[in-house]
Design a protein around this ligand. Structure first.
Ligand code: RNT
Ligand code: ZN
Length: 418
């Protein structure tokens, strides 16, 4: 149970290590997380297609009650959002348009198809981020979009990319906060390619063409996301990490690193400080790969804690944009949101409560004994009491009571959908 006494005890505990919990609470409240719309409907979107096709990503599970239209998704999000402390962002995909019953293809999406989202976002005070959708479409079925050697396919997707920038800029103007527009394309081969370079040169040309028009960064910022492999692109992905690292650096674009898009023994956390000095900023897709890029719901595991620790140590929360990317259809989808975001925040709080200066001083004086001992002592410090206090101050449920509320929502709202 959360009591003021528990918090003030914890506060004293941390004080003995030179850590100010008040400062940590303040800073945690300033870290927005871009919450992915696609958790609510298994990346289906609202074009009428209904499930992911192509793109090498996959939601598994058949939990009842998924959002079937924008209104249901908005309602679900509002409910989940009430269980999450702090102020955040909402991350839309182009396939979540409102077409008003007409067939609007990807090369025809425009701001007018997102006015409902913008109105809603403004009413909630939640800025919008965006993503072009280069999958779940007949013209992506051959496995190539922007890197296709078929000129017709390629130009269709270039037009899509251009239009999403226009929509993102509109989001940025309307919500008063630059909309991050994240480009991820699934392009690649299942089996050994004969021409790796050719497709990469084509992808560079396509991206350059999409980005040829300049938008003010106050409206939208373009990001590019790499991938290691996908289902059906096991042997070769055009947009690999090295490709986009070089592309982002040479073009001044934001690089997105997804925690699931590296070899299992690589660590995104470790890469942050290697890349940040050169790019100045980064976007993260915090995710949880289990044996592969499985997009499990984020939990407060070592990998996630390490990511936030590196951001904190680099004092880079203003320059590293945190988005989450997971989609699990095997549990209550709103609960997935709540678990994933609250866990990310707890990981961030753990980082903010680290006595970084003390650890660094120990390191610099060669006292590696203290450095190791202190890091291990930190593991059992009363983080929970500080987290509870954060929830209390932000009018969010304290502890597991939110689970019951989700069950109630499931009974009254979700069950009526099947
Ligand atoms: C796919 C990428 C990408 C997607 C979303 C839905 O592997 O991680 O970010 O998950 O665009
Ligand atoms: Zn991602």
């Amino acid at each position: 149970m959360h009591t003021e006494a528990a918090y003030s005890d914890a506060r004293e505990h941390y004080q003995t290590l030179g850590v100010d919990t008040e400062e940590a609470l303040k800073r945690l409240g300033e870290i927005p997380i871009s919450i992915n719309c696609w958790q609510a409907d298994d990346v289906g979107g609202f074009e009428g297609v209904g499930e992911i096709t192509g793109g090498g990503i996959m939601a598994t599970g058949g939990y009842p009650g998924k959002a079937r239209n924008p209104d249901e998704l908005r309602k679900d999000f509002e409910f989940a959002y009430s269980l999450i402390p702090g102020r955040h962002r909402f991350n839309l995909h182009a396939s979540y348009l409102e077409h008003g019953g007409k067939k609007i293809d990807r090369d025809a999406v425009a701001p007018e198809h997102f006015t409902g989202w913008v109105e809603w976002a403004r009413s909630l005070g939640v800025p919008l981020d965006f993503n072009p959708t280069f999958f779940s479409h007949p013209l992506a079925d051959a496995g190539f979009t922007l890197a296709s050697k078929d000129e017709k396919i390629r130009s269709f997707w270039i037009e899509h990319g251009k239009r999403t920038r226009e929509i993102a800029a509109y989001f940025g103007r309307e919500t008063g906060s630059a909309s991050l527009n994240n480009f991820w394309v699934p392009d690649g081969y299942k089996d050994e390619p004969a021409d790796r370079l050719g497709h990469r040169e084509i992808l560079i040309r396509s991206l350059d063409e999409i980005f040829s028009k300049a938008y003010p960064e106050t409206e939208t910022i373009d990001a590019v996301e790499s991938k290691l492999f996908g289902i059906g692109s096991e042997s070769y992905v055009v947009g690999s990490h090295d490709f986009y690292l070089a592309y982002a650096l040479s073009r001044g674009k934001l690089l997105t690193m997804d925690a699931g898009h590296y070899h299992p023994t690589e660590s995104v956390a470790e890469k942050i400080t290697a890349i940040l000095p050169f790019t100045g900023r980064l976007m993260l897709h915090v995710s949880r790969p289990v044996r592969w890029d499985s997009d499990h719901v984020v939990i407060m595991d070592d990998a996630t804690k390490a990511i936030f620790r590196e951001i904190k140590r680099a004092d880079a929360f203003e320059r590293i944009y945190v988005a989450v990317d997971f989609f699990d259809a095997s549990i209550n989808r709103l609960a997935a949101w709540v678990i994933g975001i609250r866990s990310s925040q707890k990981a961030a709080l753990a980082a903010l409560l680290e006595p970084t200066a003390t650890l660094r001083a120990a390191e610099e004086s060669g006292d590696f004994t203290t450095r190791l001992a202190l890091q291990e002592e930190m593991r059992t410090m009363p983080l929970g009491a500080v987290w509870d206090e954060f929830c209390r101050r932000n009018d969010a449920p304290i502890g597991p009571v939110w689970i019951e509320r989700v069950k109630e929502y499931e009974k009254t709202v979700l069950d009526a959908r099947s």
